[in-house]
Write a protein that binds this ligand. Structure first.
Ligand code: HAM
Length: 414
């Protein structure tokens, strides 16, 4: 029979990979709690309309990358491509859109992108949303959080790019002037950039085409269209946090989701390769309104966990390991009882019960190939004497026979 493979861009994770995930996830949770942010979990599926009205139906994410299908009731459902829309849908539904809240979440997201290093079709994000806060204090707090993540996770060669998209009016004026400037260059644009020019001109600033990047050098700058207070927010952020993080004002940073309004930012690291952004975020003051809620200014970010984990040095669990070898003529239930007593005594140690039916010798050979420090051996003789043999797997010392109580005392001190 043909074997069934996983979907492209949707990797499985085994423990050798996950061993670097847990410490990073734990560290992030620790940082989120230090900022007094509460957790929220929303479903991985939502009505497709939610993403059309938030991420935007001119965005690549909704246009080309969303996983949508009709359910048995013929309603269009989508796997979430990001977490913000679901959080806002939820707070509107729970009538929390008139108060302030700070939320964090972690989980899988889905985008039908072309898979490559650092880019997957199922990937994981940790996200933060500060809801109900006007531009100002929350923006500083969120940038402080970005710096804490960069430093707390020991990310090297990181740079935080920041920009301000202005209010609705200035965004429209800038878009008009950009389109006017680019009109004469239309015949040099590829299909993708032409589409951007028609549907969402600001996204042209994101063009990867070298020719267009060259043309854009003389294009009008967003900084000439936004207010003095917006420009001063950018420079104050740069001044305030410049000692914690390298911060660059980048007037070409526009982000790929339609809901952004004011401050936007991306943290990148040159250690990542082509897909170099490991955090993206910004302010989205009109989103709650667009989703049928009250006016609710908000700002948030999401961290790409695959990318963050690949460059963080907080990545190894320092776990002690032992092996329990029970090899008796008949199955010895007492062995499992002793092993469990040991686990309760010191739950920080990982005790691997060898469940095969092989001989003590074969089990010891296997144990020696692991990074376990000790083997606890329980054979026929130990079963009748109610004792356990403890053997070091790291040092060339004599094995010791211990009573169960002695063994428990020993286990506390490993
Ligand atoms: P985003 O920039 O689309 O923003 O995604 C945030 C991060 O998720 C990216 O910087 C990247 O590290 C990671 N990421 C995105 N797509 C992929 C992929 N295909 N494979 C691997 N990693 C990926 C958002 O999602 C917004 N919801 C952020 C936000 C929250 N804005 C306000 N609140």
């Amino acid at each position: 029979m043909d074997k069934i493979n996983s979907l492209r861009g949707m990797p499985d994770f085994y423990s050798d990979a996950l061993i670097s995930w847990t410490p990073v996830e734990n560290k992030l949770e620790e940082i989120f709690r230090a900022f007094s942010i509460s957790e929220i979990r929303t479903p991985i599926m939502e009505y497709t309309d939610l993403f059309k009205r938030s991420v935007g139906d001119t965005s690549d994410i909704v246009n080309k990358e969303i996983y949508s299908f009709n359910d048995r009731n013929d309603q269009s459902i989508s796997l979430r491509p990001e977490g913000t829309a679901g959080v806002i849908r939820s707070v509107i539904e729970k009538k929390l859109d008139q108060q302030q809240s700070k939320f964090w979440y972690m989980g899988p997201m889905f985008r039908y992108e072309r898979p490559q290093k650092g880019r997957y079709r199922q990937f994981h994000q940790a996200g933060i949303e500060f809801l109900g806060y006007q531009e100002g204090q929350a923006d500083f707090e969120l940038i402080a959080l970005v710096c804490s993540i960069v430093n707390g996770l020991d990310i090297k060669n990181a740079k935080l790019k920041i920009n301000h998209l202005g209010d609705k009016d200035s965004k429209i004026k800038f878009a008009r002037s950009l389109v006017k400037f680019l009109e004469p260059y239309k015949d040099q644009m590829d299909e993708k950039d032409l589409e951007r020019l028609n549907k969402n001109p600001l996204r042209i600033l994101d063009s990867k085409d070298k020719k267009i990047q060259e043309i854009l050098k003389d294009a009008p700058s967003l900084s000439d269209f936004i207010s003095d207070s917006a420009n001063s927010l950018l420079s104050t952020i740069q001044k305030t946090f410049g000692d914690q993080c390298i911060i660059e004002i980048d007037n070409k940073l526009v982000r790929g989701l339609d809901y952004y309004t004011g401050l936007v930012f991306e943290a990148c690291s040159s250690d990542l390769g082509a897909q170099d952004a490991f955090i993206g975020g910004g302010r989205y003051d009109n989103l709650a309104n667009a989703l049928g809620g009250k006016d609710m200014p908000a700002i948030g970010l999401a961290i790409g966990l695959e990318r963050l984990i690949s460059i963080s040095s907080v990545s190894k669990l320092d776990e002690k390991k032992v092996v329990f070898i029970s090899s008796t003529s008949n199955i010895a239930p007492l062995a499992f009882k002793i092993a469990n007593q040991l686990r309760i005594t010191n739950s920080k140690i990982s005790l691997d019960m060898d469940l095969t039916d092989s001989s003590i010798k074969a089990k010891l050979r296997r144990a020696n190939k692991t990074d376990a420090s000790h083997a606890f051996i329980f054979g026929d003789e130990e079963m009748s004497n109610k004792r356990v043999i403890v053997k070091s797997l790291l040092e060339d010392t004599e094995q010791v026979s211990m009573s169960i109580d002695e063994c428990i005392d020993f286990y506390k001190e490993i």
